[in-house]
Design a protein around this ligand. Sequence first.
Ligand code: IFM
Length: 460
Amino acid sequence: MRRRSVLTLGAVGAVAAAVRPSDALASAALPFPPGFGWGAATSAYQLEGAAKEDGRGPSVWDVFSHQPGRIRNGDTGDVAADHYHRYTEDLDIMRDLGLTSYRFSISWSRVLPTGRGTVNPRGVDFYHRLIDGLLSRGIAPVVTLFHWDTPQALQELGGWENRDCASWFADYAHTMFSAFGDTVPTWLTINEPKTVVDVGYTAGTHAPGKQDRRLANVVGHHLLLGHGLAVQALRATGGRSRIGAALSLSPTYPAADSDGARRQAVAADAEENRRWLDPLLLGRYPEDWLATQAADAPVRAAIKDGDLAIIGSRNDLLGVNYYGPTHVTATGSRVMRHPTSQATWQEIYPDGLFDLLTRVKRDYGDIPVSITENGMPTQNPLHDQDRVTFLRDHLTAAHRAIQAGVPLESYHLWSLMDNFEWAEGYTQRWGIIHVDFATQRRTLKASAEWYKTVIANNGL
Ligand code: IFM
């Protein structure tokens, strides 16, 4: 039997009272453009649960999270925030916050249990209900096709190491475009290919848990190829939806005032940013990044004639996930120059968002930009004033970028609600909605009340 959860007014009121008077805005001193998209983001494996229900097939994350020692406390996404069953309640929360945009991902193995071939109608039906529920509440769906959960059946054929995975992905994308058509105004193909490459295939602390940098770069190329083929598949439908990718980008800075540090910052920029942005938006890999790949590096053989024309197919928008900057020394080591969060890889530097957004405009032109993720975890369960400060400072930087002419159209904080934070399990809470994972009770945090006010005022 499904447990019901309740968003009590009492809990909401208690947290609202904790918001400092200075946060209770009467009108916006920093107004955002009319129609600016105020959003929040989630992903399927992190939120949905119902891992074995209604015909869903396993993904690499189901397998990985069940391997001993992979995830803190042995946590898994089997139940997560139980969104699969509680989506109606969650939609009502989104409406009450005033969200106008919601970014979520489709679980590839829920709609295609073995990644290709037979479609699971019950899986497709769940996303129909979710999308219809968003639209009826005036919230625009922004749908990611791949947020790291490769179907396990495809992983057994090599997953993204196998060039065919790009075509399997495009076929899946086409199936989704046909199923949902223009009800989805914005599609995002791949989420943070950099994380798959760096964490899933190099550090090995994310699924599929490999530690092979040379293979990782092949995977990176195939992810880009899958993106390009999916863009072409959308164009072939003749529909009106827009499409792009969500990249995790990090402005890079020299950690010292020296030529060596400046050179290393350029190299770090190639690795962090340009190796993704250039193929997608300019149809070529950066020469300085290619030069870092040995003559016998498998990625060189993986890049076939014609691939870059596919990868460089016109995108309608760029999704930017921003968590912090990268500072490098003259020896190429990364150092922290700003405060971190419970996620110790994170460096909190809101001005970096301004630098990043204006740099995208300068180097890649006026492609519409959506901030598809931005946020921080905190151990303050409900009175998350640190998150309020974080969000306020980053939105201020975003506002400054808009003033500087960046065509920024929307902002999605990460995350709508506490969820399964990959290798950290449930120990890091990134949501503006608190989830009690024992009862699945949802409670608005101070940051949710604050964000609600920002949305109501269309600005800070
Ligand atoms: O939770 C993740 C998300 O899935 C991808 N971007 C970073 C977030 C925080 O680590």
